[in-house]
Write a protein that binds this ligand. Structure first.
Ligand SMILES: [Zn+2]
Length: 234
């Protein structure tokens, strides 16, 4: 019997060049979550599926998060063909990924988002993933740089985009903005976002729409931040 590998290749159609391409996926039986940071950055026992979330077409250079890979718009497709495919050198993105390869794939997605003028929610999500990979690598400086981008994009998502565009609901977005502000040492902004979320929950109809864990975490965060502030003052 051959040993079962943690990853496998799956064949899909690239929505931009319409060629058959291979993408690498992680077998669910190998995915063992150990813990998550407050911004949902996950840690796994062995293989990390986050590394495989960026799909890249080796023929045309189109790249996107796996969950929205098929959703390219007509204008987005045109922009990729004109601005990316022209200068693209074909290379392989399948197989197991290390930090460096995961980062490279995410950064190609980020470039694609810029070219395609994609929704802020996609930028926010990819910048957060890049920050996580830098966190795994203990590169604090780059981690903070991408947390800041993600923070700015999530604020834009909250104020300007319908949450239908995002896979996160508006309350989870508020919570993430609060956490990112905290991680960027923007303490009063963080407190403001958590307070806003908690005050929304005082309305019973709103409260029904907020995930209990998000509310509980926001209360915990605000408690910690206020305690820290008091300690600094005294
Ligand atoms: Zn393609």
């Amino acid at each position: 019997m051959t040993k079962l590998e943690p990853t496998f290749n799956s064949e899909i159609l690239c929505p931009v060049c319409e060629k058959k391409i291979k993408v690498t996926k992680v077998r669910s039986k190998f995915v063992k979550l150990l813990k998550q940071d407050d911004d949902f950055c996950p840690y796994y026992e062995t293989i990390n599926p986050v590394f495989y979330e960026a799909w890249v077409c080796n023929y045309c250079g189109y790249a996107a998060h796996s969950t929205v890979f098929k959703n390219v718009t007509q204008s987005g497709r045109k922009a990729v063909l004109e601005k990316i495919t022209q200068n693209w050198t074909s290379r392989e993105f399948t197989g197991e990924r290390d930090y460096k390869q995961a980062l490279e794939a995410f950064k190609i997605v980020l470039y694609n988002l810029q070219v395609r003028e994609a929704p802020f929610s996609e930028f926010a999500k990819i910048c957060l993933r890049i920050a996580w990979v830098y966190r795994y690598m203990n590169n604090t400086e780059e981690e903070k740089r991408f947390l800041k981008y993600s923070y700015e994009y999530y604020k834009k998502v909250y104020t300007r985009e319908s949450s239908k565009n995002s896979d996160l609901d508006e309350f989870t977005i508020m919570y993430i903005i609060g956490v990112l502000a905290k991680r960027l040492d923007l303490t009063s902004d963080a407190i403001q976002w958590f307070s806003r979320l908690i005050s929304l929950a005082s309305d019973p109809t709103e409260r029904e729409r907020i995930k209990p864990i998000i509310l509980e975490n926001a209360r915990e965060q605000i408690y910690q931040l206020r305690t820290e502030m008091k300690e600094k003052e005294s």
